[in-house]
Design a protein. Structure first.
Length: 368
């Protein structure tokens, strides 16, 4: 079905671009590459025949449990066992015949297999953890886990989405279904895992909460938005204009008239620093690529699974927590030294970059 998906979106699986796209799909589905890595790598592939962006292709992959589970387990299993006829015979329980042929093509390359195996070993997986029995067991375990997350899903819909149900005359069953679908996809992206059940349940609940926020934005942003970007400001940012306003957003003047200028001089002034701060951070992120961008994202609080795995390999992090907890626990200098080691940069060069970023931020009154 992986080869069929590539064909359906308009690319020949046997072509050079098709072969490269399938390779990136396997690496992304197996967890080796992140969503960001996938979308960056496929920029060099001609997706014009598909009419889709790299993000669209990736989201299409996430819609099928066969791709997010069977392909993932098959790739991890094949990376952990010898490349022989017996391994490919066992692969028939995971994949259809067309995809087995694709896997045979890619996993005969030592570098490709080693890449997937390194990811599996880093997560503490062995062949038994990704066997066909384990895959079926993990799939079945979702039923019990969903029972423990259902109460949270129902609560989120009732507390956060009631106004949407009233305004659009929809039922809570629709939103319960949306959140359940999101939770299922989140579970498929997490397994196989060595994490305890409590961690998995909390992960599913957090996914439901995040999807609730996304649904709120989806149903309200377009109706309640006031500022729209009108073009570049000449300094790497955007100019914004107020395109609509309501009566309760204006101040009543002496003659009872709504005076928008008076509002601009009071309430809007308070939000201006926040807008400027967001623009400043956006400019900073757009200036860097590669390791510099990764460092900036980690320092700004973004979750980096690779850094978390690095800390765990070096016995600096326990189970169920990530690098943000490590950053809060250790002295700032210790954290910077560890981060420099993770990204593979000499400490002196790394500190110069951090000092430069600090200078840019402290020059702005919101960060000083």
């Amino acid at each position: 079905m992986l080869g069929k998906y590539i064909t359906q979106i308009g690319i020949d699986p046997q072509s050079h671009d098709g072969q490269r796209l399938i390779e990136e799909c396997i690496l992304c589905l197996s967890g080796v590459n992140s969503a960001f890595d996938f979308q960056r790598n496929v920029k060099t592939i001609d997706l014009t025949p598909t009419g889709m962006s790299g993000k669209d292709v990736r989201l299409g992959l996430m819609e099928k449990s066969y791709l997010t589970v069977n392909v993932k387990y098959a790739a991890l299993f094949l990376s952990l066992v010898p490349n022989n006829a017996d391994a490919y015979n066992k692969l028939q329980a995971y994949l259809n015949a067309e995809d087995i042929a694709l896997f045979r093509h890619y996993f005969t390359r030592r570098s490709f297999k080693a890449n997937v195996k390194a990811y599996a070993v880093a997560r503490g997986l062995i062949a038994r953890d990704v066997s066909i029995v384990a895959m079926r067991r993990d799939k079945k375990a979702f039923d019990d886990l969903l029972d423990k997350a259902t109460r949270h899903i129902t609560s989120r819909v009732r507390k956060k989405l009631s106004f949407v149900m009233k305004s659009e005359n929809t039922s809570n069953k629709d939103f319960n279904g949306d959140l359940t679908c999101k939770v299922l996809r989140a579970y498929h992206s997490l397994i196989p895992t060595k994490q305890p059940e409590a961690y998995i349940v909390n992960y599913l609940r957090r996914s439901a909460s995040n999807e609730t926020t996304n649904l709120c934005k989806k149903h309200t942003t377009g109706k309640r938005g006031r500022l729209v970007a009108t073009g570049d400001d000449g300094y790497g940012g955007q100019n914004y204009e107020v395109v609509c306003r309501s009566e309760n957003q204006t101040h009543k003047g002496a003659e009872g008239e709504s005076e928008f200028d008076m509002l601009m001089g009071t309430q809007v002034e308070d939000s201006t620093p926040t807008i400027e701060s967001s623009i400043l951070m956006s400019r900073l992120f757009s200036k860097f690529k590669g390791r510099k961008l990764k460092v900036l994202e980690i320092l700004s609080g973004h979750i980096d699974e690779g850094f978390t795995r690095f800390l765990k390999r070096n016995n600096k992090l326990g189970r169920g927590i990530d690098h943000t907890d490590y950053q809060r626990r250790v002295p700032h200098q210790t954290f910077l030294n560890t981060l420099a080691e993770y990204v593979g940069v000499y400490r002196e060069a790394f500190m110069r970059f951090v000092q430069y970023i600090g200078g840019v931020l402290t020059a702005h009154k919101e960060f000083a």
